[in-house]
Unconditional design. Structure first.
Lengths: 204, 190
């Protein structure tokens, strides 16, 4: 626009044509630029959060977001009805933890899209069939002991997994890493439009 | 009108100058990339039981069983010494090894008196489990756990991807500062 104006001025000096009315032209150009800017700013900006949320859920559903798996080998105590210790049982267990992707929530703050990661939940707890025993007294080792021991170990692991801070912290990190990796193309697309994506855990 | 044109010209010049004021010193370096790799380590926790059987030396003694429960961790990442970088024009070639287990350890305070379970000893003829034997049991359990984590390809891939992601972010940011869009080429050391 500056170049055109200079050209116009040059031609005025050499050929003496009628003086161009620059002010209305500039105003017109200004109005057009403003209109374009408004279109850019408001076009779909209200929908970007919903679009991002939908796209994210689609990505996550397709990938079935891998949940983190943990080795949880532990020892359970088996006692009788009166609470007297009968045996210690060592078991090998695995715990799977992840988050419910249907609860994924997206909000927007200016040009930042915030993905709120839902609470981490334990999806499965499994105790291996092979158990080791240390009986307080050998006579407690009865034929039907295995079934009782297996059930006790399963309940023990469920309880321990629920209260394991390390397990939840690792699951959280793993979920954030996985989500970041999954949404990289989406983040790059949004970045081109001037948006940035942040992942926040529900407690943050 | 002249004043308006002058203002427009000045604004245009300032904008052009501002855009051309790039940080030319902002180029990726191998040292920085190696430092980033150190930060990209993933720590994975696990719960484990170390087991040891102490055989009897005489027929009067009892065979003993000992278990020690503890919480451990494994740090996974790429060996930064094996990471290299070459800058050719706008192309950054980063050579990165596969992730591996860098360290395994025991979480502090998880080894307490309650962690130990031992089968009963003989009444007269003792078969004591020494402190050294207890430590040996833990070392064996840790080695076994390291082997298990080393075989977890999903976790190792996650660690390498994390390192790549952080390096890429670093290069992109430098590119933005320098007004250059770098192309990143990844090469495996294997």
């Amino acid at each position: 626009m500056v170049t055109e104006t200079t050209d116009a001025k040059t031609s005025t000096t050499t050929n003496q044509p009628p003086k161009p009315k620059l002010m209305p032209l500039l105003c017109g150009a200004g109005v057009i630029v403003l209109a374009i800017l408004l279109c850019v700013v408001f076009s779909g900006s209200g929908d970007i959060t919903i679009e991002t949320e939908t796209a994210l859920k689609r990505i996550v559903e397709q990938e079935k977001l891998s949940t983190a798996e943990f080795t949880y080998n532990s020892i359970a105590v088996i006692a009788d009805e009166k609470g007297k210790e009968l045996c210690h049982v060592a078991y090998e267990g695995t715990v799977k933890a992840g988050f419910d992707f249907s609860a994924l929530n997206v909000t927007q703050k200016n040009k930042t899209i915030i993905v709120h990661l839902p609470e981490i939940t334990i999806s499965s707890v499994n105790v291996d069939n092979e158990l080791d025993y240390i009986f307080v007294k050998e006579r407690y080792n009865t034929e039907d002991f295995y079934a009782k021991a297996r059930a006790t170990c399963q309940a023990d692991l469920e309880e321990k997994a629920k209260s394991s801070e390390a397990l939840f912290a690792t699951a959280r990190t793993s979920a954030i890493d996985t989500l970041t990796a999954l949404m990289t193309p989406l983040a790059q697309k949004l970045e081109k439009d001037g948006y940035t994506i942040e992942i926040q855990y529900v407690e943050e | 009108m002249k004043r308006l044109l002058t203002i427009l010209l000045v604004v245009a010049c300032i904008a052009t100058l501002a855009c051309s004021c790039k940080d030319n010193s902002a180029v990726p370096t191998e040292t920085e990339i190696r430092a980033i790799c150190e930060l990209a380590t993933i720590r994975s926790y696990y719960n484990n039981v170390a087991k040891e059987t102490k055989e009897k030396d005489t027929i009067f003694q009892k065979k003993r069983e000992m278990w020690i429960e503890y919480e451990g961790y494994a740090d996974l990442g790429v060996d930064m010494q094996e990471v290299s970088m070459k800058l050719s024009g706008n192309t950054v070639t980063v050579t990165i090894p596969a992730a591996k287990v860098l360290e395994v350890g025991i979480v502090d305070d998880t080894l307490t008196e309650d962690s130990y379970v031992m089968s009963a000893d003989g009444f007269l003829f003792k078969n004591k489990i020494t402190t050294e034997e207890q430590q040996e049991a833990i070392q064996k359990a840790q080695a076994k756990m390291e082997e298990a984590v080393s075989g977890n390809t999903a976790l190792l891939a996650q660690a390498q991807n994390r390192a790549k992601s952080i390096i890429e972010n670093y290069i992109r940011q430098l590119g933005q500062a320098a007004g250059t869009e770098y192309d990143i080429v990844w090469k495996d050391t294997n």
